[in-house]
Design a protein around this ligand. Structure first.
Ligand SMILES: *[C@@H]1O[C@H](CO)[C@@H](O)[C@H](O)[C@H]1NC(C)=O
Ligand SMILES: *[C@@H]1O[C@H](CO)[C@@H](O)[C@H](O)[C@H]1NC(C)=O
Length: 670
């Protein structure tokens, strides 16, 4: 009734304030994000290793948190051991088909006063594009290496814990970031506070186009310690549907589309030590945060696992407040606690559906008990089924197929063909690694420059929708020299100089539907100064000094030519572009998702800030019928030989290590 009057009042004022309404019974929420907090492994009790993450419930896992080096802006793990956790979590996609692993960067402690990174987000958002590029490049490398497909910027909070200029800088920074992530179809989300005190400092209209969704932190609204509200001295539930409703209106006033909003749910409660144990209502005074839990080890916070145990041990009877959608407990005499369970999840889930919200997120899944009581409770409250066939142990419907909104990766005709993945990347969904026919213990991989580090290795991936070809490396001789090339009934899908003192090896596969176009095309045996193709292969595709990337470099302006036989260039090699990365080694060149790398070479880049630098560029084809509009001759490498060697010399004098791929060219000249 009261709400109705307020709405009418706002409408008559002409504010675009009315929330969309959806039918609770027909609306479903399939974007269910679970944060995993790295502290989960180091707790004295109630620890949750990544492989105990519940199966069949979450469409996304968010790892909390990644960090940023405050001086260089490079993305770094918050702790060395986190690298192991990424690996465990990324392996989970094998059982939860279509589940996505995202990296959440920042968090409360990251920007809190006194932390070495206290001003890092402000600095980064204010930095010029060259400095931001350092962050973007290292982020993209980091994501490829550890198999993240989205990033969450958890800045708590611009302006309030930063500088006034954050208001204008943050949207610009996010737009730059989104442009880079789009190249790989990586996702982007940010966290938002619910209190207008903090939210007013976000230029939401300017930010909205850049993000896939907002994680609206509708928990920890009140409490003691590092909590986002002013000190009131009175107890208050840490989450409260009345307040959530009001805060969501702040978003609707700013025209944020509801499908971009995820409602936050905490798997912890907030507790107080009461001043007067007989006064236990919201508004009553408190002395301090509640006693720390033995597992949470933080005053004022109890994990749901700890709360549940206490309820069962001490036969506690919680009170349900169905207006606020919260349960409260008073125990043994002076501790007062608010928390959520399946009953209050249901009230919130129905409300989220009625507001047409796109998703929910849990912070954090590791605060649950071993039986996943609360993850399962949330799933039931949402009306979702366990996405798991208990007989086979497999996912029933791939998570990314269930969710029709943003974030699901598009299908492309390129997905019919084998290709080497980007350095460090796993084969995408729908693809498999290929066992080496000559070394059945190993899979087909290309160790760039012979380095065994996984981030320097490219894996051959073939679609599982058709017959997987038989593949092997050919050309290594006992002498250490190599003579590349495949048999006539094979397709060459890549080359590598790893393990070769001269020449190169070829990745050769039997001809199947997935390798057919590769069989139709080949690289010229020798370096060419023009577009001359090998005889019988009349259609020129691209020229590259290092062929597919793994050949000894041609001199100066010469290049190997990739050419195709048949009536035209196969579709897979159309819609191609050179992409350049500066300061890179061979592995810094990555192709966007759903595209195929055909050629790669190192380049000399002039005109950068530092005067000169080396980089790499890759030629990526996204396929389809549209003919090439871009010139297949590298845009960067033109008549630069003299300048190139001057650049090389400068670099060598600064750091006497010969850049990979240049050694042979230099030796020839000396
Ligand atoms: C929920 O919020 C409303 C409005 O701020 C407040 O009046 C009420 O006491 C709160 N309920 C609880 C349980 O904290
Ligand atoms: C988990 O479930 C089992 C079997 O239902 C029960 O005996 C056990 O107490 C539960 N453990 C927790 C931590 O809830």
């Amino acid at each position: 009734m009261l709400v109705g009057i307020i709405l009418v009042f706002l409408v008559t004022l002409g504010l675009p304030s009315v929330a969309a309404t959806c039918n609770v019974n027909s609306q479903s929420i399939t974007r269910v994000i679970g944060y995993y907090d790295s502290s989960a492994v180091s707790r004295p009790c109630a620890a949750m290793m990544p492989y105990f993450f519940p199966q069949g419930i979450y469409s996304h896992i968010y790892f909390a948190s990644g960090s940023i080096h405050p001086d260089t802006f490079e993305v770094i793990p918050s702790a060395e051991r986190d690298k192991k956790l990424y690996t465990y979590l990324s392996a989970l996609y094998m059982r939860d088909l279509g589940q996505e692993l995202w990296l959440s960067i920042g968090g409360w402690a990251f920007s809190s006063h006194g932390a070495p990174t206290a001003t890092t987000f402000s600095d980064l958002a204010a930095a010029d594009i060259n400095q931001q590029n350092v962050f973007f490049r290292s982020l993209s490398r980091f994501m490829h290496t550890y198999h993240f497909v989205g990033v969450d910027i958890d800045w708590q909070y611009p302006v309030a814990a930063g500088r006034a200029e954050d208001y204008v800088n943050y949207p610009k920074f996010l737009a730059n970031l989104k442009a880079v992530l789009d190249e790989y179809k990586f996702g982007l989300s940010i966290t938002l506070p619910t209190s207008d005190h903090y939210l007013q400092h976000f230029d939401l209209a300017a930010i909205e186009p850049s993000v896939d969704w907002f994680n609206f932190m509708t928990y920890d609204l009140h409490g003691t310690g590092q909590i986002g509200d002013e000190w009131t001295g009175a107890i208050n539930a840490h989450t409260n549907l009345t307040e959530i409703r009001n805060s969501l209106n702040l978003l609707w006033h700013r025209n944020i589309p509801p499908f971009k909003v995820n409602m936050g749910i905490s798997f912890h409660g907030r507790s107080y030590t009461l001043s007067d144990p007989s006064c236990t209502e919201p508004g009553c005074p408190f002395l301090s945060g509640g006693d720390a839990g033995e597992c949470s080890m933080s005053a004022g916070t109890l994990f749901n696992s700890e709360i549940n145990r206490r309820i069962h041990q001490d036969n506690l009877i919680p009170t349900l407040d169905s207006t606020a959608a919260i349960k409260t407990l008073t125990f043994p005499t002076d501790q007062w606690l608010s928390y959520d369970d399946e009953d209050t999840f249901k009230l919130k889930a129905d409300f989220a559906k009625s507001q047409c919200l796109g998703g929910v997120f849990v912070r954090s899944v590791d605060e649950d008990d071993r039986n996943h009581t609360f993850s399962k409770g949330l799933m039931a409250a949402l009306g979702n089924e366990l996405n798991l066939d208990l007989k086979t142990g497999l996912t029933k419907v791939a998570f990314n197929e269930k969710s029709t909104t943003a974030g699901s990766r598009s299908q492309s005709s390129q997905n019919q063909y084998c290709r080497f993945a980007n350095c460090g990347a796993a084969c995408p969904n729908g693809f498999t690694e290929v066992v080496r026919a000559d070394e059945p213990e190993q899979i087909m991989q290309d160790s760039m420059g012979g380095s065994a580090a996984s981030e320097q290795t490219r894996t051959l991936c073939c679609p599982t929708s058709g017959k997987v070809p038989t593949c092997q490396w050919r050309g290594a001789l006992e002498t250490g020299g190599c003579t590349g090339g495949c048999n006539s009934d094979e397709a060459e899908v890549g080359t590598s100089i790893a393990g070769c003192t001269s020449g190169y090896q070829s990745a050769c596969c039997s001809i199947t539907k997935s390798t057919e176009p590769w069989a139709q095309c080949k690289w010229s045996q020798t370096c060419q100064s023009d577009d001359t193709c090998p005889s019988g292969y009349n259609h020129f595709v691209v020229g590259s000094r290092r062929g597919s990337g793994g050949r000894q470099s041609c001199n100066g302006e010469e290049h190997y030519n990739y050419c195709c036989s048949g009536s035209s260039v196969p579709d897979i090699f159309s819609k191609c572009e050179w992409t350049t990365r500066s300061n890179g080694d061979d592995c810094s060149g990555s192709c966007p998702a759903d595209s195929v790398r055909v050629a790669g070479q190192s380049v000399f880049l002039s005109g950068t800030e530092s005067g000169c630098s080396f980089g790499s560029e890759v030629y990526c084809c996204s396929g389809g019928k549209v003919p090439n509009t871009h010139t297949p001759v590298s845009a960067v490498h033109k008549e630069q030989t003299a300048e190139e060697f001057r650049g090389y010399l400068q670099q060598f004098l600064a750091n006497p290590v010969i850049p990979e791929g240049w050694a042979d060219r230099v030796v020839e000249r000396l």
